[in-house]
Design a protein around this ligand. Structure first.
Ligand code: UDP
Length: 480
């Protein structure tokens, strides 16, 4: 029997930074646009189901299911980059996705994958579904991804070897110091060909949804639509549908939230490097000293240090922690006293950033964290670690003026405590005021675009309309 509502199947690749925005997109499709929604989750093991996202709730508008976990240990070296591992995991999950769609009682209308799931778009074609890609990053990152397959050897050489900026039609160029990891690793040809494949597959979609909004990236979004510019290679229509961030639920009681309740307005800096970011032992110690030196109040989500692997915790998504961190400098806790809170491994970030006592965010600039900072009007210290985070940091500091960045090149050296303390002070004291004004404007604009009639609301409504038309066509075919 034909389902009266369009049914969207969403596919989330491993990592909380992908799952969180995919779930938010699913919720908006269900609650604002009348979709039935199933989210399939790919993960290395079942520990992801301990996340609060999987907690059964009667009010949840969507069906969240873990596909059978994929073990790639026999296929790839554990030292392979996160991107390589993600691509292989997503490929291994394809048979389970096909089986799950095939077992559905009525045919879903659309498949929406994140950028690591583009190979699954072929499955959408098999089942005559519409196919969309959801970019959980910036339009600027989408721009470099779709442009990537067309970069010729000369341009690549100039950027990669001669360290010149990489030009992208109609957009800001990418300086070498802000470039993607991919261009720094000169040996990994698989990564290069994998990224080129993704760039091509994205442009074969029926539409590209991006977790950004029109007023945040007007130039890039314009270039992506312009047939004489990037639109020629993006091919598919681009829909800015963001900022989709996890809302705060019912306030949960925890030590960290209780402590925040007792602090003055905008007096605390929150320090966290996303779900996977990891610092070296030396850098962890300098950060501890820097926070201490700044004299500001802080909440710091700490992870055991790992030397030489900034994304070491990416696949470790559980909330488990290792007890009281012993790798912090001797006497740190005594000297800090009640001025700071150290939270091992994982904190309720969306609740923390929404708290009025938070005045700054010291962040790795993962795109979800960045959006969470903007929607809460919080200026940042930009401390990018891997993937496209350097590009995000450049945009925040130089284009939007809502963050400060270290002068020291992040991948070159350890950033010393004085520089860290100085950045914290600039955000919390002097420059903080100017940046705070700018980020509050972004906060207001983010709110506007998501309400009915706003640009991001309308973008998703257009996707919804296409899906309804498809549903009717399928219905008419079934009847006739
Ligand atoms: N997050 C969290 N608590 C933590 C660390 C991360 O809730 O201690 C959430 C954060 O709010 C964000 C996501 O995990 O929604 C991380 O995504 P992001 O894109 O910022 O970074 P990634 O982890 O993908 O590098």
């Amino acid at each position: 029997m034909q389902n009266p509502n369009p049914h969207a199947v969403l596919l989330a690749s491993p990592g909380m930074g992908h799952l969180i925005p995919v779930v938010e997109l699913g919720k908006r499709l269900a609650t604002h646009h009348g979709f039935d929604v199933t989210v399939f989750v790919v993960a290395a093991d079942a520990s992801i189901t301990k996340s609060s996202l999987f907690k059964p709730s009667q009010s949840s508008p969507l069906n969240l299911e873990l596909l059978p976990p994929v073990d790639i240990s026999a296929l790839v070296d554990s030292t392979a980059s996160v991107v390589t591992q993600l691509m292989i995991m997503m490929r291994e999950a394809l048979p389970s996705l096909r089986a799950a769609i095939s077992a559905m009682k009525s045919r879903p209308t659309a498949l929406i994958v994140d950028m690591f799931g583009t190979e699954a778009l072929a499955i959408a074609e098999e089942f005559d579904m519409l196919k969309y890609v959801f970019i959980t990053s910036t339009a600027w990152f989408l721009a470099v991804t779709v442009h990537f397959p067309y970069i010729d050897e000369e341009a690549e050489h100039k950027h990669r070897i001669m360290k010149r900026p990489l030009d992208i039609p109609g957009c800001r160029s990418i300086r070498h110091e802000d470039t993607l990891d991919l261009f720094l690793d000169q040996t990994n040809k698989n990564l290069f060909s994998g990224f080129a494949r993704v760039g091509m597959e994205i442009s074969n979609a029926d539409g590209i949804l991006v977790n950004t909004w029109q007023d945040l990236e007007p130039l890039t979004l314009c270039a992506l639509k312009d047939e004489k510019s990037l639109g020629r290679v993006a091919k598919a229509p681009v829909y800015p549908v963001g900022p989709l961030t996890r809302p705060i639920g019912q306030s949960s009681k925890s030590e960290v939230m209780d402590w925040l309740d007792m602090q003055p307005t905008e007096s605390v800096i929150y320090v966290s490097f996303g779900s996977g970011g990891t610092l070296s032992a030396k850098q962890t110690s300098e950060l501890a000293w820097g926070l201490e030196l700044s004299q500001h109040k802080f909440i710091w989500v700490v992870r055991p240090p790992v030397d030489g692997d900034a994304s070491a915790n990416f696949f470790n998504v559980t909330n488990s922690h290792d007890g009281t961190p012993s790798y912090l400098p001797n006497g740190f806790y005594t000297r800090i006293g009640k001025r700071g809170m150290v939270v091992p491994m994982w904190a309720p970030q969306n609740e923390i950033l929404a708290h009025e006592s938070i005045g700054g965010f010291f962040s790795h600039c993962g795109w979800n964290s960045t959006l969470e900072s903007m929607v809460n009007g919080v200026p940042m210290v930009a401390w990018p670690l891997y993937a496209e985070q350097q590009m995000n940091a450049a945009m925040l500091a130089e284009e939007l003026g809502v963050a400060v960045r270290p002068k020291t090149q992040l991948n070159a050296a350890v950033i010393e405590r004085e520089e860290i303390a100085g950045m914290v002070r600039r955000v919390m004291e002097l420059k903080g005021n100017e940046m705070r004004g700018k980020v509050k404007e972004l906060q207001a604009s983010a709110k506007r675009v998501l309400t009915q009639g706003g640009s991001s609301y309308n973008s998703l409504a257009r996707v919804s309309k296409e899906c309804e038309l498809k549903l009717h066509r399928l219905g008419a075919m079934a009847l006739g």
